[in-house]
Design a protein around this ligand. Structure first.
Ligand SMILES: [Zn+2]
Length: 296
């Protein structure tokens, strides 16, 4: 019996190791953490893909998740500033506080757009550091995946080789998927788009599309009938193809705009989990590209 116990104790570390607990503010970050972290991590998300990440509720269950976390991946640039700081304070977890290795702000690793030269309240909910919706573009998520890989190697040094291998696999898959997506949208460069909220600048840049207007008069300010009719006049004859909108914004005025202008309204999954069949970042861009190419 003693021999068996000793053998088990020796073997045990090969079967059981403490997994790195990763929490992502939005599901895209947890999807990436799972891709890179594989069997060495567990992942949990705070905001659902169907929710507006600007206005999440600070739930007690979020505090519990953050209290146990080894790594928190957030957007930064003020996207989560309405709810994350209070959660972090209440979670009382030194490992994931700002400045720790367990605090990863994705905005520090991407190529930012829409950085305002000056800022005042009249501009609406503009983010002074730049547009925080970079998770809508594949190339930006790639940069975040690289940062997650590097951070996991620091937090869990025993898994260094494993994470590098996972990263190599990720890069291979990424190139294959990008090739497929780019092939599908070939010839669509220059397509003109009206957006609802300013969530799509990174995706539009990646696609080579052009934004000609927004239904929100200013970021975070809901569209008004007056603004919508002015926009209708301004884009007349400009051959605008689609309206891009997230799932969590109301569609009443967008539908009016679509009907009057003849421009198709596309509700796109801005985040992983925004639609039932969008479980990973790969699914997300498959769905986005399909909607764009089919036009529905
Ligand atoms: Zn926003």
């Amino acid at each position: 019996m003693k021999k068996v116990t000793t053998a088990l104790l020796i073997l045990l570390p090969f079967f059981i190791f403490a997994k790195v607990k990763v929490v992502g503010t939005i599901p895209d970050y947890t999807s990436i953490a799972k891709e890179i972290g594989g069997e060495r991590v567990t992942v949990e998300t705070l905001v659902k893909g169907t929710q507006d990440p600007h206005f999440a509720d600070a739930l007690p269950s979020h505090i519990i998740r953050l209290n146990r976390a080894d790594l928190l991946i957030s957007t930064g640039l003020g996207l989560e500033s309405g709810w994350l700081p209070a959660l972090l304070k209440n979670a009382r977890n030194k490992k994931i506080q700002q400045g720790s290795e367990g605090f990863l702000e994705a905005s520090r690793f991407v190529s930012l757009l829409d950085i305002p030269a000056k800022i005042d309240k009249s501009m609406g909910d503009v983010h002074p550091g730049g547009n925080p919706h970079f998770y809508t573009a594949p190339d930006q998520l790639f940069l975040i995946a690289k940062a997650v890989k590097n951070r996991l190697k620091i937090i869990d040094p025993q898994g260094k080789e494993y994470y590098e291998k996972q990263w190599t696999d990720f890069k291979t898959r990424y190139s294959q998927e990008v090739k497929k997506w780019k092939e599908k949208v070939k010839g669509m460069e220059g397509t003109r788009i009206v957006v609802y909220h300013e969530s799509w600048v990174y995706l539009l840049k990646w696609l080579g599309f052009e934004k000609v207007g927004a239904l929100e008069p200013k970021p975070g300010i809901p569209p008004s009938a007056g603004h919508v009719s002015r926009l209708l006049k301004r884009i007349k004859g400009k051959d605008v193809k689609f309206i891009f909108q997230e799932i969590y914004h109301p569609t009443s005025l967008s539908k009016v705009f679509s009907k009057k202008s003849g421009i198709r309204l596309l509700i796109l999954p801005s985040m992983t989990g925004a639609q039932k069949d969008v479980k990973t970042i790969w699914d997300k861009f498959d769905a986005i590209i399909n909607k764009i190419t089919k036009g529905e």
